[in-house]
Design a protein around this ligand. Sequence first.
Ligand SMILES: NC(=O)c1ccc[n+]([C@@H]2O[C@H](COP(=O)([O-])OP(=O)(O)OC[C@H]3O[C@@H](n4cnc5c(N)ncnc54)[C@H](O)[C@@H]3O)[C@@H](O)[C@H]2O)c1
Length: 259
Amino acid sequence: MQKRFINKTAWVSGAAQGIGRSIAEFFAEEGANVAVIDIKEKEGKQTVECIKSKGGAAVFFFCDLNVEALIQKSITDTVAAFGGLHIIVNNGAINMVKSLHEYSTEEWDRQLNINLKAIFLSFKYAYPYLKKNTASSIVNIGSVSSFVGQAKTPGYIAAKGAVMMLTKSIAIDYASEGIRCNTVCPGITNTPMLRQHTGSELEITERLHRVPIGRILQPREIASSVAYLCSDDASGITGTSLIIDGGYLATAEWDGGLS
Ligand SMILES: NC(=O)c1ccc[n+]([C@@H]2O[C@H](COP(=O)([O-])OP(=O)(O)OC[C@H]3O[C@@H](n4cnc5c(N)ncnc54)[C@H](O)[C@@H]3O)[C@@H](O)[C@H]2O)c1
């Protein structure tokens, strides 16, 4: 395996499980020090133990992405632990499944705070450290929902669309300081969120009828692209959106024309 992140430190939110955990493990395998950021302490510490058991370096920091002071603290704790900060991956998110009129104001704020505002805040507090490096990189995790709608997830959809545009804005404004910023947009990926969101295996099977490659994606297939975008291999790429969806967005047909 390549070691593209020796002497680099990566802050990865939502790294206790699912795609975030895979991203944290991938960075560690390539030599990065990894700050595992999450509210799930037990699972976050398991991510850290898994990384350490393979010879990697990682620390868990409890952080609720809905709380500005905790985001700030997690950034300063990361720098204190590893001596710098080079990579930010805004992956942590929630998905409230309900129609818009059913949202309370508090639920709307929570949905948007965690999925969108936390990106602003991680940037705000990481920026003083990121700009010290000759090259720093941010990846924000969007979704196929950054491009198309989905039933009964208005807050999630609104946030994921905005994530892609905020990414472009950061890319434009900070390129001259050596900070790149890109979005990675997963399709149907095998994680606890998918299971929680869709409910049954039957529903997942039905959804996969619309995916040309005909199978669920694995978190590592997302993680490898996040690592690529943060590496020097992608030194010319900023402000882009990399869709990893098995072809889902390539077709407008209900069943992908596959059956
Ligand atoms: N799984 C999919 O099919 C899919 C598809 C498209 C996009 N995505 C995106 O990929 C990313 C990861 O999703 P996943 O499927 O691995 O989800 P997941 O629910 O399995 O994992 C999300 C992680 O974020 C953490 N988190 C949630 N709220 C938090 C908070 N307030 N503070 C700190 N951490 C918090 C959770 O504890 C969890 O560890 C998300 O941005 C999601 O929107 C997933």
